[in-house]
Design a protein. Sequence first.
Length: 225
Amino acid sequence: MGISLKRLEKKKLDLGINKLSDAGIDVERWLAMCDGDAAAMQRLVAAWPIRRPSYVYDAATVSRVLGLPCECSDPVPRAADGEVVVYYHGWELQALEGTGKVVNYLSSSTKQWKAPAGYYRALIPVPESNRLTWNEQAGDDKASLLARQYAGWLALPTPIGATALAVHLGVTGEDLLQGNFCRCAEALPGGSHAELDVGEGRVVVSGSWDGDPSGSVFLGAARKA
């Protein structure tokens, strides 16, 4: 959520102005920075990168929240900026449905979807992956967003994404997708891929047409930790 300058307390606004002044940035220079070219703005972004929150959910936490028994002696990885590190025990999607924290609106054949057990790093969602079709997000083309900017990452398997979303919701009470949707790896008939979102306190599994460049449909990605 953005912060409006008009809503800042005068004390904080004065403090910010004083810090800019101490750094030699007066109003005229600040306005010149706003009018800077793309290269100048990229240098500013590199000097002050955006930090996105990261989360780690170990095997014990996952088991406690989902009520599914699992044990893992592997060391728990640290999460990099923007990552969700989550332990996934190789459950089929049907087992996640059985927790009451996941609802699946797809066909019964999807209940057997699963992935190898272990710790995963997930991007839920991949930043700036909305307003793109599936092929532009993660299709086989080497020009896809995933191939170009996230080498070594694969589209998010639905059971791993459902696990991460459900555990995050159980621990924080928050929707990791912030009301949006994310496409997953599994393809469906009719030119669609599986899609995840959060509604009414549960993770919802549905489908999203691959040709939809919606502003609310992002891509999910994951890799083995």
